[in-house]
Design a protein around this ligand. Sequence first.
Ligand SMILES: [Zn+2]
Length: 299
Amino acid sequence: MRHAKFGQIGSFLTGGIVISTFLIGLFCYFTFVHTCPTLLPVVVETEHFRVHATNVKQAACMAAIAEHALARIKAEILIDSPEIDSKVDVFIWPSQKDFHQAIASSDISNAGVSQLILAENGRLMRRIDMAASAPAEFVLPHEITHLIIGQLDIRRRNNGQPAIPLALHEGIAILAEGKCNDELLMKAGMALDCIAENGCESASESIARFDRLLNTNDYGTLSDSCNFYAESYSLAEYLMTELKPEGLSRLMTSLGDGLSIDAALQKTICDESDAFKHNLIKKWHAHARNNTSALIAMR
Ligand SMILES: [Zn+2]
């Protein structure tokens, strides 16, 4: 009996210890492990990037993609852009969960995020987070472009100017991905065709629509993000075709210098007439429709 009794108490105590240990384990997991992103043990540095990843091969590969993307953007798209004067920290998270935890957000649909932080000592800190499963050859140039344009934005903010339109940020960032995004061009062209089918817009209506696109400065207020990205890309693609990298860079430099978007556009396209904006919109829409027709013909 004593044995039995002892045995029962012993079993009870042993079971309690096991359960307690299990519960403490659960507590520790959800408090310290589950809520913290995986630590990235490897850092590989190149001229402009400091890549944090889970292994050397991955970090070196991402660093090479990032350096190549930066060189291409500076040679072919934003040719007079300001220098990146401090290394960009790039974090390659092993899972989507780690990625979202690292950026403290779960409602971001894309696989990369860039941040430009102005430290109190006036130094710019640059950071890109992305999931390892994301297509780095597109995500990295996209986010690097945001960092470059963001630097111009900081100059505007220091001059008390509103931010560079989100449509230019996103349109040029998609352009910098380095592939022709047929899907977005098609969507933009069809949206513009839809306007034409429903009756030609008056000049004032098309200008109001254009202004709405360029006055959007908050992702949270996008009512139709698909069309916003499509039209932004279509506009950037048109500006690149029309102005070439030299003109596009002049436009961005003018914005960085503090000009309003209207003044910067008018100066860059060299149209001093009062109808410069309507003229630009007509040419852009015609270009977008031509793109759509060409894409349909290729199918
Ligand atoms: Zn973007």
